[in-house]
Design a protein around this ligand. Structure first.
Ligand SMILES: [Zn+2]
Length: 205
């Protein structure tokens, strides 16, 4: 079942709910559909277009918004699903300052990484390896991250979320939803790590 983006009456993104929950909001006149999902939902007595984006009819005051929760999904979204060291598809979470050396599990110390870089780096510091990052990791900000952080994506949400931050991440929507990921691009700041045995392939298996 697809999910539905919920906007405040002020158009501020509030979060993502199930289709069922969104329909209840619309049927009870608590929300109006701004964007259809392109399908129709049938009940015993009626048929309604399935919404993709709904807006609350009354403004809801949201008292406090803490930092974006650090989850694997949110982290991969921040780093575009790419290894920050080499640009290959990310498969793991790396602590820049290794946990064994006192590094913390915080937005400014975690990055998405491929298995190979993670394995090569192990419990060493970047300086030990001569590796650099294009920019230091930081916590994402902007209300759109309430939605990006869930990892749930729908290209129809893009125009409603773009004004609230995370613009780069929305470009990823198209890649993930409609095409295969592009081939890995080697990072210009560092050459790809060369594994032992790679330069001299065995002549026979
Ligand atoms: Zn890598």
């Amino acid at each position: 079942m697809p999910h539905v983006l919920v906007l405040n009456a002020s158009y501020e993104p509030l979060g993502v709910v199930s289709m069922r929950r969104a329909l209840i909001l619309v049927l009870n006149h608590k929300a109006i559909a701004l964007e259809d999902a392109g399908t129709t939902l049938h009940s015993a007595t009626s048929a309604v277009p399935a919404p993709s984006v709904v807006k609350l009819t009354r403004f809801v005051r949201v008292p406090y918004r803490g930092p974006v929760p650090l989850t694997r999904r949110a982290l991969f979204a921040r780093d575009h699903g790419r290894c920050v060291y080499c640009g290959a598809a990310a498969t793991s979470v790396d602590h820049v300052i290794p946990r064994s050396r006192g590094g913390q599990h915080r937005w400014d110390n975690v990055v998405a990484a491929c298995r190979r870089c993670n394995h090569t780096k192990a419990d060493r510091h970047l300086a030990d390896l001569g590796w650099r990052m294009k920019r230091p990791p930081a916590a994402p900000s902007g209300l759109a991250w309430r939605v990006i952080g869930t990892g749930i994506k729908d290209p129809r949400w893009r125009p409603y979320l773009e004004p609230y931050g995370g613009l780069d991440q929305f470009r990823d929507f198209e890649h993930h939803d409609h095409t295969e990921l592009p081939p890995a691009v080697p990072s210009p700041v560092r050459t790809r790590p060369v594994r032992r045995g790679e330069q001299h392939a065995p002549l026979s298996a």
